[in-house]
Design a protein around this ligand. Structure first.
Ligand code: NAP
Length: 314
């Protein structure tokens, strides 16, 4: 069983990193698989004010860098691969990646969630040309320009506040007449002179030749369409989309039980309905998707893997 890992963790956001830390520290032969880069969604978050203890240097990347350092120090192996398929039917689980195949006694799925797109014409074509899903990554391109932020949840309003440090004006476009974001965050936005609210509006189309030049809005109450054009001197403006997230569940589809929205259903021990397969973090059906709950899930999953391996293989 030399080439068989005790635990393979798919995904290296806070849930995967925490699982790897606990698993490696328990001296289990641990592999952490990361698809593109370590960190998950939190590395595109400029401020992490609510992870206990993260007061100074509280940025997503700095928190992840410290987690990574800890994981490496406990001896977890790390590989970059995109897992396309999995076979969970046997006692030894098999993961099939673009670069290779991995075998494990237990698997933790921590693949997280990805930004939901608006789904309107022009959106995909304009990604990187004015359309963005990450204020931390792209805000400085919009220094002194106008930006629209689409969505009314915590992410939309927090990122709108961040964007005011760069943009001349930030307009939050929300499909209803009341924000979903926490009241404390809303209050900050209402107090900020650079932020305007465009209520009862959705984006119907994003247009531009090279860069975003105009956006067609639809009034959700009247159905009326209106087109906003970039200021002539600016030539362009930003469209930052924060309309929630979708689970990254392709490799697990049809293999473990999921809810209607595609989130994996687990019990409190992070066990899926397949023995030896666990899920942790944002990919799970859960009431609160935060770094702190992802890290907790990862720890629980790893400890449960240890117990499972002991009883099943020894
Ligand atoms: P969210 O809470 O699901 O909010 C998504 C927003 O986008 C909602 O306002 C929704 O409108 C709107 N929306 C969805 N689909 C849309 C569409 N097709 N067109 C236009 N608008 C659309 O997502 P989130 O803000 O990314 O937050 C996700 C989770 O992370 C939440 O649990 C949140 O509390 C948490 N979070 C917490 C913090 C923090 O504590 N500091 C920061 C960020 C995120 P409706 O309101 O009409 O549904």
């Amino acid at each position: 069983m030399n080439n068989i890992y005790d635990v393979v963790i798919i995904g290296s956001g806070p849930a995967g990193l925490s699982a790897a830390l606990y698993s490696a520290r328990a001296r289990l032969k641990t592999l952490l698989l990361e698809r593109i880069k370590v960190g998950g969604q939190i590395v595109i978050t400029h401020e992490v004010a609510n992870y206990p203890g993260s007061v100074r240097e509280a940025t997503g990347p700095s928190l992840i860098a410290r987690m990574e350092e800890q994981v490496v120090s406990f001896g977890a192996e790390r590989k970059k691969d995109n897992i396309k398929d999995a076979d969970f039917s046997g006692e030894i689980k098999v993961l099939k990646g673009e670069k290779g195949e991995y075998r494990a006694k237990a698997v933790i799925i921590a693949t997280g969630a990805a930004p939901r797109h608006i789904g309107c014409p022009g959106e995909n074509e304009m990604i990187g040309k004015g359309v963005s899903y990450c204020a931390t990554c792209d805000a400085d391109f919009f220094q002194d320009l106008e930006v629209f932020v689409i969505g009314g949840g915590d992410s939309a309003v927090e990122e709108a506040l961040y964007l005011t440090k760069f943009a001349r004006k930030v307009t939050i476009v929300h499909r209803r007449d009341e924000l979903r974001a926490a009241k404390s965050i809303q209050e900050k936005a209402f107090r900020n002179p650079k932020i305007e609210l465009k209520w009862n509006s959705v984006v119907e189309e994003i247009k531009g030749d090279g860069m975003v030049e105009s956006v067609v809005f639809k009034d959700t109450k009247t159905g009326e369409l209106s087109e906003y054009f970039a200021d002539e001197e600016d030539g362009t403006f930003g469209v930052f989309v924060f309309t929630g997230y979708l689970p990254i569940n392709d490799l697990a589809k049809g293999k473990v039980r999921m809810n209607e929205a595609g989130y994996i259903i687990t019990n409190d021990s992070m066990e899926t309905d397949v023995p030896g397969v666990y899920a942790a973090g944002d990919i799970r059906e859960k009431p609160l998707r935060q770094v702190v709950t992802a890290a907790a899930d990862g720890a629980i999953a790893a400890v449960q893997c240890e117990k499972y391996i002991e009883t099943t293989f020894d």
